[in-house]
Design a protein around this ligand. Structure first.
Ligand code: LRH
Ligand code: MN
Ligand code: MN
Length: 390
């Protein structure tokens, strides 16, 4: 049986890229326990080396997002050179507004101007890191919010946030973007200052055209129709990036496509229909995950492959049949057109595609056989392993 993908699908898959986060390689866990594995990276250089393994075996993960201050180094030019030597680039720079005592009552929304100025200055540092590393995207996840009704004025916080964001946006270079994440709960539980895509979008619209929304798949209430949000943001040209991960209950940050591969397919269907897969679409496909119990590099490879498989299925949708059924009001035939694609086993096709590209058809087996895990376990002795947050 032929495993070949239709030529346009193969071409789209060859140009697809997925960005992976530096913090996926550090030790993570829950507030109950962090499990460590031998050979964990001890600094940003070693995190990038691990990330480069994911690209080496999948061929589609050429960028690594950094998080400041977790990935703070003396010389960012040197870090960018190190990445380039290993065949990858620095991707989005994530700021951090959630680990400083000053931010107990807020950061960019804080009532005290001095605290807001400190939070804004942190973003200036991030923009300098972007300049040194060639990064295009400043990614902001705002952890601000309140726990009790009446604790602060909801509206005044929005006004202060708008002002802070405007100052950050003004500090960007003309080719840099601000990408703004939302999350409906946690670390605060009564209000979050950017709880949803609508709030993020309103701030982006006020800022300018280089401000776009980040959709983290774990940041919604249960049963939210995420593909609807994707379609809506794409219509507005304001979907800047995904933070992909899976959730069963809260912000679980498990491997994308593990909890609900069908949801991932539905999201990628909206992307493909809108022509937003291509690298010049402005949509950055990133992972935001932690690997609490499983091996991390292998977990990242699995995650990248899960996105690739969902994308391949979305590219296999018979758009003629789907469009005809939709126009004719053929409800079940339209649904079948989607389900036929979803039920296709694309794994042999992707294995062939990889062989064509000079990659091993089975990235996980190839990575395991490489001996990298044992090699770093032997080499990385002394020093403290990096965690999710350091
Ligand atoms: C917290 C969070 C957020 C950020 C990441 C660094 O919810 O997961 O999604 O992107 O930490
Ligand atoms: Mn995220
Ligand atoms: Mn999150």
């Amino acid at each position: 049986m032929s495993h070949s993908l239709p030529a346009p699908a193969a071409e789209a898959l060859r140009s697809q890229t997925i960005e992976i986060p530096s913090w996926a390689f550090g030790n993570a866990g829950t507030r109950f326990k962090v499990f460590t594995l031998p050979g964990g990276p001890r600094d940003p250089y070693e995190k990038i080396a691990d990330a480069a393994q994911v690209h080496r075996y999948t061929g589609i993960a050429p960028r690594v997002s950094l998080h400041i201050p977790w990935d703070r180094v003396e010389d960012y030019d040197d870090l960018a050179r190190h990445a380039a030597d290993l065949g990858v680039q620095i991707g989005a720079i994530n700021s951090n507004l959630f680990q400083d005592d000053d931010y107990r009552l807020g950061s960019l929304t804080h009532a005290d101007e001095r605290i807001r100025a400190k939070a804004i200055a942190h973003h200036r540092e991030c923009i300098d890191v972007m300049r040194a590393t060639g990064s295009q995207d400043l990614k902001i996840w705002l952890p601000d919010g309140t726990n009790y009704p009446g604790q602060d004025s909801i509206r005044a916080r929005q006004d202060r946030l708008a002002d802070s964001l405007a100052q950050i946006y003004a500090a960007l270079d003309a080719d840099q973007r601000l990408i703004l994440e939302y999350k409906f709960f946690e670390p605060y539980f009564y209000t979050m200052d950017i709880p949803d895509w609508g709030t993020s979008l309103l701030h982006c619209l006020a800022l300018g055209e280089r401000a776009l929304v980040v959709l983290d798949t774990g940041h919604h209430a249960p049963n939210t129709n995420i593909e609807f949000i994707v379609a809506q943001l794409l219509r507005q040209g304001r979907l800047g990036a995904f933070d992909f991960n899976s959730r069963f209950y809260a912000d679980d940050d498990l491997m994308v496509g593990a909890a609900d591969p069908f949801q991932l397919f539905r999201i990628m269907h909206e992307i493909v229909q809108a022509g937003a897969l291509s690298p010049d679409s402005g949509v950055s496909f990133m992972l935001d995950q932690c690997h609490n119990i499983e091996p991390k590099i292998q977990g990242q490879i699995r995650s990248v492959l899960n996105v690739q498989e969902a994308t391949a299925k979305a590219l296999l949708v018979d758009v003629e049949a789907l469009g005809a059924a939709q126009r004719d009001g053929q409800v079940l035939e339209a649904n079948e057109a989607l389900m036929d694609a979803y039920h296709t086993d694309v794994r042999p096709m992707l294995a062939d595609l990889r062989a064509d590209q000079g990659l091993d058809p089975d990235p996980i087996a190839a990575f395991k056989a490489s001996g990298y895990v044992d090699q770093v376990a032997d080499a990385r002795v002394g020093g403290a392993q990096a965690g999710w947050g350091a």
